[in-house]
Design a protein. Structure first.
Length: 97
């Protein structure tokens, strides 16, 4: 939010009880690094632009929307009858003393 001769102003979020408070502090340049949170988004945009250009040259339409991963494939678990152990609660015993 601010650039000085000696430091750069940054905004951070501090967790106080159940909420986040935005705080502004000045930090010297050697303690900062550039944020990388946007890299995957920019990479996806460049790849989509290349795919769109190739599809347009071929005269096709292309869906660039991300698709959810979906369910994992089915697995079958095999076991021997000796290895299976049935867990059941113990019967309740009434004790009147």
């Amino acid at each position: 939010y601010n650039v000085n001769r000696n430091a750069i102003g940054v905004e951070i979020t501090k967790i106080v009880r159940q909420r986040q408070i935005r705080k502004r502090i000045h930090v010297r340049l050697e303690h900062l690094r550039k944020s990388r949170c946007n890299e995957a988004f920019l990479k996806r945009i460049k790849e989509n632009d290349k795919l769109k250009a190739e599809a347009k040259a071929k005269g096709q339409t292309l869906k660039c929307k991300r698709q959810p991963e979906g369910p994992k494939p089915m697995k079958i678990v095999k076991a021997n009858d000796d290895d299976i152990e049935v867990l059941a609660p113990l019967p309740f015993i009434e004790n009147y003393f």
